[in-house]
Design a protein. Structure first.
Length: 255
């Protein structure tokens, strides 16, 4: 029979091998997590700029369009990169992100060649997929922290952005889809204003949906905005309670 010293030596070698295998995996996991967190913070910053800062800037329409397209393109890339380390999410983001960027810049470089409805449709698809990537990060296993809150805020804002582009499509298809006391809605900034006023059920009454499609969109946005907040808060609270229960149970066992 092997002596105790030999058995201990074998156990030590086995533990050493396992440690060497685990360290690279742990390092990769930490790196991927940090990259996702950094991309998420960067993405949320760009999203806030595109919604609340760019519409307030006074400049030539061509300049605003160029800056908006540049910021939007960077935002798409940052949003897709949030799924880095989770291959299905990354592939889904690339599948819609790449065509969106191609259509957007072709429309900018060759005006009139591409139907703007396609640009809006691809943008909506990309926004929804990035929103799914964000929620996948928010609801993944782990403690409730500031990163999850950032992801939840970004997903909520993306919901308003998606509806803004949907309203713009309805306007392309029917120029009488809404009426406004301020005249025609000619820019994305106008649709963002209307979208977030509807999402938050604020409704000043200065913009009124008049077509069937725009009315359905308005009703859907108002309902989904409330449901999103209710379900999100309930889910996060449930995760926090579950995490606290697991931690308390583990501490009780160790004691």
């Amino acid at each position: 029979m092997p002596s105790r010293a030999i058995l201990r030596g074998r156990e030590f070698k086995r533990d050493l091998v396992m440690t060497e295998r685990v360290r690279p995996k742990a390092r990769d996991l930490i790196t991927q997590t940090w990259q996702s967190q950094a991309n998420l913070s960067f993405f949320l910053g760009l999203l806030v700029i595109s919604i609340f800062v760019l519409p307030a800037i006074s400049a030539k329409p061509a300049t605003i369009r160029l800056v908006s397209d540049i910021v939007g393109s960077i935002m798409v890339m940052a949003g897709v990169a949030i799924g880095w380390g989770r291959r299905p999410l990354l592939i889904a983001g690339l599948a819609v992100g790449v065509p969106t960027l191609l259509v957007r810049w072709l429309e900018y470089l060759v005006p009139g060649r591409i139907n703007p409805v396609w640009d809006e449709a691809w943008t909506i698809a990309t926004v929804l997929v990035i929103g799914y990537i964000l929620l996948a990060q928010v609801f993944r296993d782990g403690p409730i922290n500031f990163v999850r809150v950032q992801g939840a805020v970004a997903a909520y804002l993306l919901l308003g952005v998606a509806y803004a582009h949907a309203y713009q499509i309805s306007e392309y298809l029917n120029s009488a889809s809404v009426t406004s006391t301020e005249g025609p809605l000619n820019s994305l900034a106008d649709w963002l204003y209307y979208s977030f006023a509807t999402l938050s059920t604020l409704g000043y009454g200065d913009i009124i949906p008049t077509s069937k499609v725009s009315r359905l969109l308005a009703i859907g946005e108002a309902i989904s905005g409330q449901l999103f907040l209710a379900i999100l808060i309930a889910r996060l609270v449930g995760m926090a309670v579950s995490e606290a229960g697991v931690s308390g149970h583990s501490g009780h066992r160790e004691a």
